[in-house]
Write a protein that binds this ligand. Structure first.
Ligand code: SF4
Ligand code: SF4
Length: 301
């Protein structure tokens, strides 16, 4: 059945699919507890560590986890001012649609098949699952790295009640060149494959709360008004990687937001025009504020 699953995934454009075991993941638990102790948390991660390391708490009779990569790298236009993961329609829609196709296919094929599909906002730690499923290895920048697609991919997973043979994690790490450590504007890459996300530029650009002086100093170090790609862009594992083969990530792209347009729009108008984009989830005001901080424009409202 695993071969059939892989064939089906390939037929809907998913080339990278693997199977993770079902934990509980004790090594991950140690990392998460340590992060919590040190205050390396933003509040955007799930609160319950047990749930994050034990798939059984989400599905009692879980037997395996199907993990898929959704590469999104495209040739980018000059002058882009948003993070490259937000150029296309919101990846949550694209990936969910495909994961549900897989789920529906397996319901037809396997009697009593049950599944729960997640992208990003699920109970488990998606990069860790990608690693367990043999789809990549960790970089010092804490990203998962795949040989063909570098770090530019989203991860989706399907917790399910069928046993698919597990894949093996890769016994490798990145080149450890430390370019990401040196280039990081927040200086938050710790050198032990973990980061302190609190002063991550990407996180700061998504903060609704007021920015303090250090936040402002950090986001001014680059022109991207939503997200931060620096630790990925400098990574040698991302040199010469493949452009995504998923059409959905190549169509209807937006590379740049225009300040005057955003400034002149109502919040509703912004939502109407950009509501299906990943950069829009924090709303118009956050984007406008970031632009103003980065470009030294007096913040107006
Ligand atoms: S996204 Fe930016 S701020 Fe965050 S770790 Fe990477 S380089 Fe540093
Ligand atoms: S930039 Fe260097 S140290 Fe950082 S993740 Fe890439 S290979 Fe590893």
């Amino acid at each position: 059945m695993k071969d059939k699953l892989i064939k089906y995934c390939n037929s809907i454009g998913i080339e990278k699919v693997g199977i993770s075991d079902i934990g509980p993941y004790e090594d991950l638990k140690k990392i998460l507890i340590n992060r919590e102790k040190k205050g390396y948390v933003t509040g955007l991660e799930g609160a319950n560590i047990e749930e994050r390391i034990n798939p059984k708490l989400t599905m009692k009779d879980v037997k395996s986890i199907i993990v898929c990569l959704f590469p999104y790298h495209v040739e980018e236009e000059k002058g882009a001012n948003i993070s490259n993961y937000t150029y296309s329609k919101d990846y949550h829609y694209i990936a969910h649609e495909k994961l549900n196709l897989i789920g529906e296919y397996l319901i037809e094929e396997i009697k009593g098949f049950k599944y729960q599909a997640y992208v990003d906002m699920g109970p488990l730690v998606d990069r860790y699952l990608g690693y367990r499923a043999g789809l990549g290895f960790f970089g010092i920048n804490a990203h998962l790295i795949n040989d063909d697609y570098g770090t530019y991919f989203f991860i989706g997973y399907i917790i399910n009640n069928h046993f698919f043979e597990y894949d093996k994690p890769l016994q490798r790490t990145c080149y450890q060149c430390m370019r990401c450590v040196k280039a990081c504007p927040g200086q938050i890459i710790l050198g032990n494959f973990d980061i302190n996300p609190v002063r991550c530029r990407s996180f700061i650009t998504q903060k609704k709360k007021d920015l303090d002086e250090l936040d402002k100093k950090i986001i001014k170090k680059d022109n991207i008004i939503f997200g931060c790609d620096i630790c990925q862009n400098v990574c040698p594992h991302n040199k010469g990687i493949d452009i995504t083969r998923m059409e959905e990530f190549k169509e209807n792209l937006i590379f740049k937001l225009d300040y005057d347009e955003i400034k002149g729009m109502s919040n509703k108008g912004f939502k109407r025009k950009y509501g299906d984009r990943a950069f829009a989830w924090r709303g118009r005001k956050v984007i406008k504020r970031n632009y103003e901080v980065i470009n030294d424009i007096k913040i107006e409202d």
